[in-house]
Design a protein around this ligand. Structure first.
Ligand code: XMP
Length: 608
């Protein structure tokens, strides 16, 4: 008998794959299908979930088989899927009516069926530009938010459901309950998937794929590559896996030495290390654009790998390239037919994609999320200290040192944006002010990449984190051109605003950030907060308090997350923050410290 599943039709949402992962968590098999899947192909499905995506339904850009909506099985539309179903069945979707990113509260109007077991008011996660403004015939509104009149709708007779929010992300507190209602109660699915079986299948697939070849694995020393290293060595034996750690010069203080020691202590005493810091540094000299920087770094990794490979006299026909790529790396790099590129991860540059297409790359973790990789690492016998390390990006500190040529365009309509910002924050008291910063950072809004300005908020008295969160959401939901909000927590705060200056990715700036990063790490560990925080990038901005003044601006970006797809900023204890800020300001070359109070969406974790 064919294995039955829940079908996910992929319209390009950043969270599409996360839906399949949530279904797996429920112990049910799920399969992804492309946008234009023929309805007949879904005949073994228990039910269908139509994902979100970056497109506008009123644009009619994507084709789909209308027969899908006639299938006699339940259908759940999420975000774009909700809007597509609305439009297909005769309802109305209004473009750019209201935008909504991040946390929202849904008022639950009907607690039967798909919303069974929920509270009257539920925290959900939104990321959309368009809204359903009129439901199709036969549907009733079962949930709404103050921004979104049809946050949830249902047609019980036909078993059709639409939700504007993302049930698949952890920040929708009872998202799993909603999926459980859909998968078991509405679709009648049965449990037919588990993790142990997944690892066993993966090992079998790896053996088949690799055959007699050997693997040349790039090991950054982070969680993903360490788990990939362990898995591959268990499947193929140590002699068939060559682990190479490339020190790109963008590592943390003493990181490369630490990686070597930690892996050796965990039984991986065969890691090879090469110092390529000068090649990386000269490759990015003078580069300002974040995507250009990321692509150059990704390519340099491959150049070094090839160089080492040749120096060792290895035969290309006998080897495959191994990478610890995980799913968010792929999806954020625009890795499906319909997804937008949010940022190009170092393991997803064109040269790597060509090798993948030629069947020369092994990525055993490519289907998984960070928390699943950690679970697998523990199952493979890796120590908790290694598995629970904070994630660190492949391009390292390089994407945390923002650069400027000094010739950047000024902020468009700066005074109008500043006036709007000031109007938005003044409800929080007279001592609160806000203005836009003259630099840009990456964000993800409505499943699309954004590259916009952060707003800087300052207050006479420190506001409670909850209020700052509300203020931050309010700013990014209502002010076009602002995708991130930072809060002044120490040092100079020039009345005229910070000045942008020419600054590149130099050894000195890297060294400065490395010192800041080391202080952050020390303070967090000293207060026993390492496990409470998911990741804490420190970012260096090419801004100074006034023209000619030496000293740059540091941003702290502590976050809480589970799998990096959605994030909220971490509300740090005031005394710990004060200690951290004081110590950072004592470092020569730092003039001010800001605290990133943005969630994801609308802002990504890293600034570039
Ligand atoms: P963003 O900034 O996209 O980051 O919200 C999500 C997670 O991925 C990490 N990150 C990377 N990891 N190569 C990596 O291995 C990369 O190019 C890269 N860019 C971002 C980031 O630190 C966060 O944990």
């Amino acid at each position: 008998m064919k294995q039955r599943y829940i079908a996910i039709v992929d319209f390009g949402s950043q969270y599409m794959h996360l839906i399949t992962r949530r279904i797996r968590q429920l112990g049910v098999h799920s399969k992804i299908f492309p946008t234009d899947v023929n309805a007949h192909e879904l005949k073994d499905a228990w039910g269908v979930i139509i994902s979100g995506g970056p497109n506008d339904v009123n644009d009619q850009k994507l084709t789909y088989d209308p027969g899908v909506f006639d299938l006699p099985i339940p259908i759940l539309g999420l975000c774009y899927g909700h809007q597509l179903m609305t439009q297909h069945l005769g309802g109305v979707v209004t473009s750019a009516h209201n935008r909504e990113y991040g946390m929202a509260t849904v008022e639950v109007l009907d607690k039967r069926s798909i919303l069974a077991g929920l509270d009257n008011h539920e925290q959900v996660w939104m990321s959309h530009w368009d809204s359903v403004t009129q439901v199709p015939e036969g549907f009733t509104v079962i949930g709404r938010t103050s921004y979104c009149p049809v946050a949830a709708m249902a047609n019980e007779k036909d078993r059709r459901y639409g939700l504007q929010f993302h049930v698949e992300v952890n920040h929708t507190l009872h998202g799993m309950k909603i999926l459980e209602n859909f998968v078991f109660d509405i679709c009648g699915a049965e449990k037919n998937w588990n993790m142990i079986a997944y690892i066993q299948n993966l090992k079998n697939d790896l053996k088949k794929f690799v055959g007699e070849k050997k693997i040349f694995l790039l090991v950054s020393g982070g969680v993903d590559s360490a788990v990939a290293f362990a898995l591959l060595e268990q499947v193929l034996g140590k002699e068939r896996v060559y682990g190479l750690h490339i020190d790109n010069g963008f590592m943390r203080l003493h990181e490369s030495a630490h990686v070597e020691e930690a892996l050796a202590a965990a039984g991986f005493d065969d890691l090879h290390v090469v110092d390529a810091s000068s090649q990386f540094l000269s490759a990015v000299a003078g580069i300002v654009d974040p995507e250009a920087k990321r692509k150059i770094i990704g390519k340099t990794f491959l150049d070094i790998q090839k160089q080492v490979f040749d120096d060792l006299g290895f035969n290309t026909d006998e080897w495959l390239l191994g990478q610890g790529t995980i799913y968010p790396d792929t999806i954020e790099s625009g890795g499906t037919k319909t997804a937008d590129t949010i940022k190009t991860h170092h393991n997803r540059v064109d040269e790597v994609l060509e090798m993948i297409n030629a069947g020369k790359v092994v990525e055993p973790l490519a289907e998984l999320y960070k928390d699943e990789v950690r679970e697998m690492g523990l199952a493979l016998g890796l120590p908790e200290t290694l598995v629970n390390r904070w994630p660190f990006p492949g391009p390292g500190l390089s994407i945390r040192v923002l650069c400027a040529s000094g010739k950047e365009e000024p902020v468009a309509n700066e005074s109008a944006v500043n006036a709007e910002l000031q109007k938005t924050v003044q409800v929080y008291g007279t001592g609160v002010s806000a203005r836009v910063l003259p630099i840009r950072s990456v964000g993800v809004q409505g499943d699309q990449r954004s590259y916009q300005h952060p707003a800087l908020v300052s207050t006479a008295e420190m506001l409670p984190w909850e209020q700052l969160n509300e203020l931050s959401v309010r700013i990014t939901n209502s002010i076009t051109g602002v995708n991130r909000v930072v809060y002044h927590v120490g040092g100079a705060l020039p009345e005229q605003g910070f000045q942008l200056h020419e600054a590149y990715l130099t050894k000195d700036r890297l060294e400065l950030l490395r010192q800041v990063d080391a202080v952050v790490d020390e303070v967090i560990r000293a207060h026993g907060l390492y496990d409470a925080i998911w990741q804490l990038p420190a970012v260096l901005l090419p801004l100074s308090a006034s023209v000619g003044v030496v000293g740059e601006v540091v941003v702290l970006r502590p976050i809480e997350s589970q799998e990096a797809m959605t994030v909220n900023f971490y509300p740090m204890d005031a005394a710990v923050l004060q200690e951290m800020v004081d110590r950072i300001l004592a470092i020569e070359g730092v003039s001010s410290v800001l605290y990133d109070i943005s969630n994801k969406p609308p802002a990504t974790i890293e600034w570039e």
